[in-house]
Structures are given as structure tokens and as C-alpha cells.
Design a binder for this molecule. Structure first.
Ligand code: SAH
Length: 352
């Protein structure tokens, strides 16, 4: 049987060091290789000229540097770019780059499909296929940085807001964050890496024991009664259990005055009245936070017919929260014309 090659995009610096020691090499080879991978975007051992040729030859025979393949690119009028990428087993995921004036954000996927079934989101519509491997998470960034960042280091933020629930793929999430933040990896500060979650208390605890990143909580409803209806997993992990794990997460951080971002999708007539805003204040006033209101993005073929809150109502809702002392912003929807906005990522449509 032919042994499968090791993919170096699976390995953080410590595992690479262990690997090189195990083949009788010095541990500094790990940093040397990482520089080739993450600074020069090189995936061919033969080109790694500062590594002795016998080692290059050996690595070529047992290892690869293998990221998902780009199969489609769509450009939005607002500068947002969405890529469809194909995985080794032909499944497909989507990744988005959102540019601003001097910097940009990559929105990465953590799963193929999603298990959660939130009623306003497209990603669950084709069901859940599988977790992404570390190399498939890191590989999305590697592909895009290779295109965007070769001349200019634009990408400063990574958000886990693409397809899937990152905290249900915890092990690979943590190892990919280690690579993304490593100085010999993508060197993106952990503060600038945001994990967005529907709220999985035990995983929030595990995350905080491992990596000190930023957290966004998809609350979307101020009471369990309403949240149960639009986010089914709330029946398992209710609002108070999520917030209590988030409070611990914030206290455990080394960053002073760390805040969670409360994400709140604005759905017309469902969660956007002043009564809801009042309930929201009560719900989150013991958790250091900043609130991000997300005007609902349109999803085709959704089972439930939700519409975006009226602009006037979003404004009134925001005003109410600001008056109560909450930092509250409204998320500018980006890339909606190419279906790259929040909740619109779906990957391949599997015809029944
Ligand atoms: N599973 C993670 C990441 C999902 S996507 C989570 O739930 O946080 C990132 C954000 O987009 C989440 O806040 C999600 O609730 C939101 N979202 C989903 N569908 C949306 C839609 N149709 N319009 C606007 N935001 C949406």
C-alpha cells in the first residue's frame, strides 16, 4: 500500500519541529519550511533553495503542501471577492475577501455545510457534509493571500464567519488559529482573528484554554422563546448557558477589557421592535460587549419567508441601544450581489 503523503499545511510549528527531529534533522528546519510556505507561498520543495538537496528530495517523496483548489471567482461591485474552492473529495466551500481602504478581511469556512439549521441562513440548506481539515482552513487563506498579498500585505483580519459552526470543529479550528497567528505562519494577531459562534458552552471554554482570540456571539434574539424558533440549537444551549461561558471566556483573556461582539440579525417584525431592544439590554447587560446589528441578507429558496428590517426600524433599534450606553454598529452588507454576504454562503448545490 502506498503511504499517503503528509500535508505540511496540517501542521503547526510545534508539530513541524517534532517531525524534523523525528527524521534526524534540526528543529529550525520547521521555521525554514514555514517561511517558504507562508512568506513565499511556495508549494514545491524543489524550489526551496536554502534547504540541502538531499532533504528537499526526501521531503518531496513523503510530504506535500496542498491547499484547496480555486474553481471559481466572483467580483462584487463593492470590491468584495468570493472564491469557490474544491476539496480533495470534490466537495466545495466558499471563502470571501472583503477589502477596505488600507486593509482587508478574509472570511473563512470551517465546515462543508452546517448542522445548525438556523432558519435565516443558507449554509444549512444542503445539510452538513463534514468538518474541514486544518489544511483546508489554513489553505483557504494561503490561496487568497497568494493572490492578494504578494505585493502588499493587505489582509489583517480573519473571521470565522463563512460556512459552518467553527466551534463544532474545535480541534482543527485551534490548530489552524495557531498557524494563522504564528510569526512564521500568516502572522495575524490573535486579536484580529474572530471566531463567530452560535454558542457552544463547552467549546467556548476549550477555546479559551487554548487560544486567546476575539469572539462573536450570534445571539439574534433576546429571549429563549424567540431564539428557540430561529436557532434550533438554543434548545440545547440556551442563552444564559452561552453567556455564562462567554463571561468566563472574557475573564480568562490576557487582553484587558475584552468584549464579545453580539451579532444580531435584523428581521422585519420578528426581532426588531423596541420591546426586543429593551429585552436585549436586559439580556446582555452583565456581559462586556459591543453590538453589531446585521440587516438580514436575502436568501433564495429559504423555507421561511423572512425579510430585512426596514431601515427606519434598524435606526430606531440602534438609537435605543446607544442611548442605553451600548456601543452599537450596523454591519454594512458587502458582496450581496455575488451572494458573498453573511448567511449567503452555500458551496455546491447538490441536486437531489
Ligand atoms: N456558525 C457561526 C458562523 C456563521 S456565519 C455563527 O453562527 O456565528 C456568520 C454570521 O452570519 C452569523 O452571525 C450568522 O447568524 C449570520 N447570518 C446567517 N444568515 C444570515 C442572513 N441571512 N443575513 C445576515 N446574517 C446572517
Amino acid at each position: 500500500m502506498i503511504k499517503e503523503k503528509i500535508n505540511f499545511l496540517e501542521m503547526d510549528r510545534i508539530s513541524l519541529e517534532k517531525f524534523f527531529l523525528s527524521i534526524g534533522e534540526k528543529s529550525f528546519r520547521a521555521m525554514q519550511i514555514m517561511k517558504w510556505i507562508y512568506f513565499h507561498y511556495c508549494d514545491d520543495f524543489k524550489l526551496m533553495t536554502d534547504i540541502k538537496s538531499s532533504l528537499r528530495f526526501y521531503l518531496d517523496s513523503i510530504a506535500t503542501i496542498s491547499a484547496p483548489k480555486i474553481v471559481e471567482r466572483k467580483n462584487s461591485f463593492d470590491g468584495t471577492i468570493k472564491w469557490k474552492m474544491r476539496l480533495y473529495d470534490s466537495k466545495e466551500i466558499e471563502t470571501v475577501f472583503i477589502p477596505e481602504k488600507t486593509r482587508g478581511t478574509i472570511c473563512v469556512s470551517s465546515q462543508v455545510g452546517c448542522l445548525l439549521g438556523c432558519k435565516f441562513c443558507a449554509t444549512s440548506m444542503n445539510g452538513f457534509k463534514r468538518n474541514l481539515k486544518t489544511s483546508e482552513i489554513v489553505g483557504q487563506i494561503w490561496r487568497i493571500k497568494k493572490i492578494i498579498d504578494t505585493q502588499k500585505n493587505m489582509i489583517k483580519n480573519v473571521v470565522f464567519m463563512g460556512m459552518g459552526e467553527p466551534l463544532l470543529n474545535l480541534k482543527n479550528l485551534i490548530s489552524s488559529i495557531r498557524i494563522i497567528s504564528d510569526n512564521f505562519g500568516f502572522s495575524i494577531s490573535k486579536k484580529k482573528i474572530t471566531v463567530s459562534t452560535v454558542g457552544i458552552p463547552f467549546a467556548i471554554k476549550k477555546l479559551s484554554e487554548n487560544v486567546d482570540v476575539s469572539l462573536a456571539f450570534s445571539l439574534h434574539a433576546p429571549t429563549n422563546n424567540l431564539r428557540n424558533k430561529i436557532i434550533p440549537i438554543n434548545k440545547k444551549y440556551d442563552i444564559s448557558s452561552c453567556l455564562s461561558s462567554i463571561n468566563k471566556f472574557l475573564r480568562n483573556s490576557n487582553i484587558k477589557n475584552k468584549k464579545v461582539t453580539i451579532e444580531y440579525v435584523m428581521i422585519d417584525g420578528i426581532n426588531d421592535t423596541i420591546q426586543h431592544a429593551r429585552q436585549l439590554v436586559k439580556c446582555i447587560n452583565k456581559t462586556p460587549n459591543k453590538i453589531n446589528l446585521i440587516p438580514l441578507n436575502r436568501i433564495n429558496n429559504l423555507k421561511y419567508s423572512f425579510t430585512r428590517s426596514k431601515e427606519k426600524n434598524i435606526f430606531i433599534f440602534q438609537r435605543f441601544l446607544i442611548d442605553k450606553g451600548f456601543v452599537t454598529t450596523v454591519r454594512n452588507s458587502r458582496g450581496e450581489d455575488i451572494h458573498a454576504a453573511c448567511g449567503q454562503l452555500i458551496g455546491k448545490i447538490y441536486k437531489k
